[in-house]
Design a protein. Structure first.
Length: 397
């Protein structure tokens, strides 16, 4: 008979965080089940977390926004959801909090937990090393353990007195897709004999509206110069039905007549695509780990971009370039993000040649850095789970 275990609060507010939340739930349940213990989980997450028995106080799809002006515009709704979480914390008094990325909400929640004497583990660092460095004070005061997924982040925090550990990147521990190219093509309406180009506009509604139209314009221009291509557009699992409908509308308007196929599996799309156009974010890390050559694009509101230009202090936008410590993949940001520039940067990656081979080699080196085993486990999620259980006083299992 299973023993009632700890109550674990997890907060994951967007697609990548929700994915890590799923992996962490599975790992914690497995480790505790081996000890005859049944944990309870609650907080903010997606449908896949709920399917594992997670109690969703707040749905992650209801709070996923982007950019400075976008956050401000949605602040009343986000703040209302934050208050729901805060009330649940006070009422349920979980034993530990695992806050995954999403700093606009999670750093505020950290203060709530700290004041209640509940240990706070922050997994996936806010990009304080790039901008908003003033937030480091909140981390120093309210976060007990910072678990980072990029190697340069650990010294950044430790030099500032924060207990930080590099656990490796969770995506680096995933096996490559096992589906065959032919099976993927059959299920997606693709021709396996043709070259495919991935289109990954982001996982938030605002990102899709700002990035996808020019991606499709680039695809049209690319197809004119490279006849026979097909395009794969993965849909993030956190998109609502309304957002999915909006994707279809944009494809119909901007991609009319183009061979664009909507698919559910982003990793398989990246695995089989010859090259990709990828919005800055987690998908760029997935592309690097899979070894798919790509061009990074991104667009935000003019106000957000103007502010970011003044405060962002890193030399590259793409995380892959930051890990590589050089401009490994092209970055087309804001006004540089045009159809013509997409074609200019992506077309040479379709053919065998020096540019493609150098990028593939560089991506392999980035992947090796991110494949580093965790601090107390051979996987990143295993390390996070072990640290959570250690914090709770339970054997790591």
């Amino acid at each position: 008979m299973a023993t009632a275990g700890p109550t674990i609060f997890i907060s994951a507010g967007e697609a990548s965080g929700e994915h890590y939340g799923v992996l962490l739930l599975e790992e914690l349940c497995s480790r505790l089940a081996a000890q005859g213990v049944t944990p309870r989980f609650l907080g903010m997450g997606g449908e896949r977390m709920e399917a594992l028995g997670f109690e969703r106080v707040v749905r992650s799809e209801d709070v996923a926004v982007m950019g400075i002006t976008e956050v401000i515009r949605h602040m009343p709704r986000i703040y209302g959801e934050y208050l729901k979480l805060k009330r649940a914390v006070a009422e349920r008094r979980p034993d530990v909090a695992v806050l995954i990325d999403f700093p606009d909400v999670n750093l505020r929640l950290a203060e709530t937990f700290k004041r209640l004497g509940i240990p706070v583990i922050f997994f996936v660092s806010p990009q304080l090393w790039a901008w908003k460095k003033g937030r480091i004070k909140r981390v120093q005061r309210f976060v007990d353990r910072m678990l980072v997924i990029f190697p340069f982040e650990e010294p950044f925090y430790r030099e500032r007195g924060v207990a930080a550990d590099y656990v490796g990147h969770p995506l680096a521990d995933l096996a490559l897709p096992t589906i065959s190219r032919e099976a993927f093509a059959a299920g997606s309406g693709l021709d396996p004999a043709k070259l495919w180009v991935g289109l990954l506009p982001g996982s938030r509604g605002k990102e899709i509206r700002l990035n996808l139209p020019d991606m499709l314009r680039g695809a049209r221009l690319l197809l004119e110069r490279e006849p026979g291509l097909e395009f794969i557009l993965p849909l993030a699992p956190t998109l609502t039905e309304e957002q999915r409908k909006r994707v279809g509308e944009i494809v119909s308007a901007e991609g009319a007549g183009l061979p664009v196929r909507l698919v559910e599996d982003a990793r398989a799309a990246l695995h089989f695509a010859r090259a990709s156009i990828v919005a800055s974010g987690t998908a760029t890390v997935e592309a690097a780990l899979i070894g798919n050559p790509f061009v990074v694009v991104y667009r935000v509101s003019p106000v957000t971009y103007a502010i970011a230009k003044r405060v962002v202090t890193v030399p590259h936008v793409a995380m892959v370039n930051l890990v590589a410590e050089k401009r490994l993949v092209p970055e087309l940001i804001q006004d540089d993000f045009t159809a013509e520039n997409i074609v200019q940067q992506l077309r040479p990656l379709l053919a065998e040649g020096q540019l493609r081979s150098e990028m593939v080699s560089g991506l392999r080196q980035v992947a090796e850095k991110l494949h580093t085993g965790g601090v107390v486990s051979t996987t990143a999620i295993g390390s996070v789970a072990a640290i959570v259980l250690e914090t709770l006083g339970w054997a790591a299992g």
